[in-house]
Design a protein around this ligand. Structure first.
Ligand code: NDP
Ligand code: ZN
Length: 358
């Protein structure tokens, strides 16, 4: 079968590889119906840092059709079209039973597809445990909506959840790519009053307003921490969600969050080596009462089925995030390069492989 693989830093190639075999009694083989490329795929191919495994199938954002199921799979059958979570924890691990499912047994173990297992940019791929991984798509939810649930929506909402938002809070969202936009939608749902969104590209700015931002700042026009402090009478935001930017945003987030109860919720990826700077002064010399969370997106079946319910009942519609649609597996290449280039009008891509009506 054809697969799109990471061959060397900065390089991807199409490769013929053997089709996956079920083998696993709880597992399933699937074939992608729709795919999307993630900023994390761009980091894998073009980012620095630790050397990544080469000749590895990329991709972890997918809606797919079940092609074959293992003998013990109960809830899914051949032909079902399902949402495949980007994060697929091993729910049988005892660490998962302790609430540590995204890092059970080893760091980042929940991020398997396209990382420690072959990813979804192929004609077929497999999951190890269908019943705890795959998500049923409810009636009325489109393929594109489901595709946006598997990673960006759950990640943005993870950011909002760890921001510990209380009704009426002022929340700052740094970064308004697809993840930050879903963090804005999440913050609004959790009760934020004022949402200060930080980004610059026109399409993202427009969508930030639609998802609920009350103020928009460009990080290209002055120091964002100073601006947020000015806008909040020197007090700072109750919560800051970091969903974009380089190492300096981590420091700026601590600068701009409130003393005594401020929460910084980071879902952003920091490439390379070294350290993130904790500012001594705005950090109260270690005594400011500011909390920092650093989180991988929540994943697995139950989580994605919750995201799909938010869509089904009209709470959040993530489909408008898709600004560029391609057709055919081959075009995943174009979609990935576009995700790297980030033109002014891009938020998120979709690659439709098999048009189905749910
Ligand atoms: P995008 O690259 O699409 O968006 C990044 C946003 O950050 C843009 O709005 C960009 O502004 C803004 N930005 C860039 N530089 C700065 C800066 N110096 N200060 C403030 N804002 C800045 O990314 P995604 O939305 O796809 O993903 C966001 C992050 O989340 C990435 O790091 C990604 O790897 C990570 N991620 C994490 C996951 C997790 O599990 N925790 C899962 C998925 C993604 P502009 O408008 O100018 O482009
Ligand atoms: Zn991703």
């Amino acid at each position: 079968m054809k697969a799109y693989v990471f061959s060397a830093p900065g390089k991807m190639v199409w490769k013929d590889i053997p089709e996956p075999e079920t083998g696993e009694p709880y597992g399933a083989i699937l074939s992608p119906v729709a795919l999307s490329c993630c900023t994390s795929d761009v980091h894998t191919v073009f980012g620095g840092g630790k050397p990544k495994q080469t000749m590895h199938v990329l991709g972890h954002e997918c809606v797919a059709r079940v092609i074959k199921t293992g003998a013990y799979v109960k809830d899914f059958k051949v032909g079902d079209v399902v949402a495949v979570p980007a994060i697929t924890p091993d729910w049988r691990a005892t660490d998962s039973q302790e609430g540590c499912e995204r890092h059970a047994i080893e760091h980042f173990s929940g991020h398997r597809l396209g990382r420690t297992m072959p990813g979804v940019f192929a004609e077929y791929f497999s999951v190890l445990d269908a019943d705890t991984t795959l998500a049923h798509i409810p009636n009325g939810v489109t393929i594109k909506q489901a595709l946006m649930c598997v990673d960006v929506m759950t990640t943005g909402l993870t950011g909002a959840e760890y921001a510990e938002i209380q009704t009426g809070d002022t929340v700052c969202v740094i970064g308004i790519g697809p993840v930050g936009l879903m963090a804005i939608a999440g913050a609004v749902h959790m009760g934020a009053s004022r949402v200060i969104a930080i980004g610059s590209r026109a399409k993202c700015v427009e969508m930030a307003g639609i998802y609920g931002a009350s103020d928009i700042l460009s990080y290209k026009e002055g120091n964002i921490a100073e601006r947020v402090l000015e806008m909040t009478d020197g007090k700072g935001a109750d919560s800051v969600i970091i969903a974009g930017g380089g190492d300096n945003v981590f420091t700026q987030a601590i600068d701009m969050v409130k003393y005594g109860k401020g929460v910084v919720s980071n879902i952003n990826y920091y490439g390379g080596e070294g350290y993130l700077a904790f500012p001594k002064f705005s950090g109260g010399r270690g005594m400011a009462g500011k909390t920092v969370h650093t989180e991988l997106a929540k994943g697995g079946r139950a989580r994605i089925e919750r995201m799909l319910k938010m869509v089904q009942y009209g709470r959040i519609d993530p489909e408008p995030l898709i600004t560029h649609t391609f057709y055919g597996l081959k075009n995943v290449e174009k979609a990935l390069l576009l995700t790297k280039e980030k033109p002014e009008d891009l938020i998120k891509t979709a690659v439709i492989i098999d048009e189905v009506n749910l």
